[in-house]
Design a protein around this ligand. Structure first.
Ligand SMILES: [Zn+2]
Length: 348
């Protein structure tokens, strides 16, 4: 009983603290923490139920009292100065004090992700938010008019590049592959690999829902050296994911098609929530498809003046939100760009 008593006391403390910050105070009565206490009540043996129930009800009544009190206070109209100029009597907008600012959860997570790759010997290069057709398609083995271009439906500007083609809001971080391969090519001459991760914001013309956003973050990775094969690719991604989720995981690849990798794979990991038993996060399959990857196509290496007969490499690209959503059980990708303070405060 003392364990349960302590649990109620801790919840009470947490909820009262949050109550002070909430704009709509009545939300505290619908909070998951309070509901969890009532749910727990149902699971208790009958002899423990009444004591626990009384305590939970007392807490609920106390919170209700606090909510009512704050409502009475809020309903007291402020005195109106009828002689004041326009604007003085209007309500002031609710603003946050600068002391309450915090980092966006995506940036915090991205730092952790990059840190894992730094420890694995990768360097990071930032992507860009506007690019040309050459980098977005041509260097990645998408010939002009190729149907695969349709899969990257994105936004273009009215401004044209040197070749008279519109500039593009990149639909994937692979738009940086050619630049990074050229920039780090000198590593190969020194007998060192090209190992880079490329985080960046990408844009797609999507129908928005809980899993699709028009703007999101991707993490690209490329690795080139002599004798690199698909085993290195799978081991690298598996090591990263196990580190990020702090958990032993199984991984699985399935054949896929991308113009810039050959062979190409869809990469799935065993569901970290249910360990392959099946749950609502993995749609009862036990597996979660996470990203696209493959061995860099010889034409992509050639476009960067790297001899595919001498060097091989792998590349991958995946959404960062997806990784973070899985880590914290976030149900809707749109929360990230929504600016909702209730969402953001959970991470501060
Ligand atoms: Zn699952």
């Amino acid at each position: 009983m003392s364990y349960q008593h302590q649990k109620i006391a801790e919840t009470a403390q947490l909820l009262k603290k949050r109550l002070a910050e909430l704009e709509d105070k009545s939300r505290i009565l619908r909070s998951v923490e309070l509901r969890a206490l009532f749910d727990e009540l149902k699971t208790l043996p009958p002899e423990e139920r009444s004591g626990f129930g009384q305590e939970v009800n007392a807490l609920r009544q106390e919170l209700q009292g606090l909510v009512d009190a704050s409502r009475d206070e809020a309903e007291q109209p402020p005195p109106i100065d009828i002689t004041a100029p326009f604007g003085v009597n209007s309500p002031q907008p609710q603003l946050l004090s600068t002391e309450q600012g915090s980092r966006h959860p995506l940036m915090t997570e991205l730092e952790q992700i990059l840190d894992i790759f730094y420890r694995m010997g990768f360097t990071a290069v930032e992507s860009r938010e506007i690019d040309n057709d050459f980098n977005m398609f041509s260097t990645l083995n998408f010939p002009e008019g190729h149907p695969a271009r349709d899969d990257y439906d994105t936004f273009v500007t009215v401004q044209k590049d040197k070749e008279g083609k519109p500039l593009i809001a990149p639909a994937h971080t692979s738009t940086m592959q050619n630049r990074v391969l050229k920039q780090l090519k000198t590593n190969l001459k020194k007998g060192e690999p090209i190992a880079a991760v490329i985080p960046g914001r990408v844009f797609r013309n999507e129908d928005l829902d809980a899993r699709h956003e028009h703007t999101f973050y991707q993490l690209e990775g490329i690795y080139v050296d002599k004798g690199v094969n698909a085993g290195h690719l799978i081991a690298t991604l598996k090591t990263f994911l196990q580190e990020y989720y702090s958990k032993e995981l199984d991984v699985m690849t399935q054949p896929f098609y991308f113009p810039f990798t050959e062979p190409s794979f869809e990469f799935a990991l065993s569901c970290p929530f249910c360990d392959k038993k099946g749950c609502h996060i993995c749609s009862q399959t036990g597996w979660i498809e996470l990203l696209g990857c493959g061995m860099i196509h010889p034409n992509v290496l050639k476009a960067a003046d790297i001899d595919p007969a001498e060097y091989t490499g792998f590349a991958w690209g995946g959404g960062i939100e997806r990784l973070v959503m899985m880590k914290y059980g976030i149900e809707d990708i749109r929360h990230f760009e929504s600016g909702k303070l209730d969402f953001l405060r959970q991470f501060s």
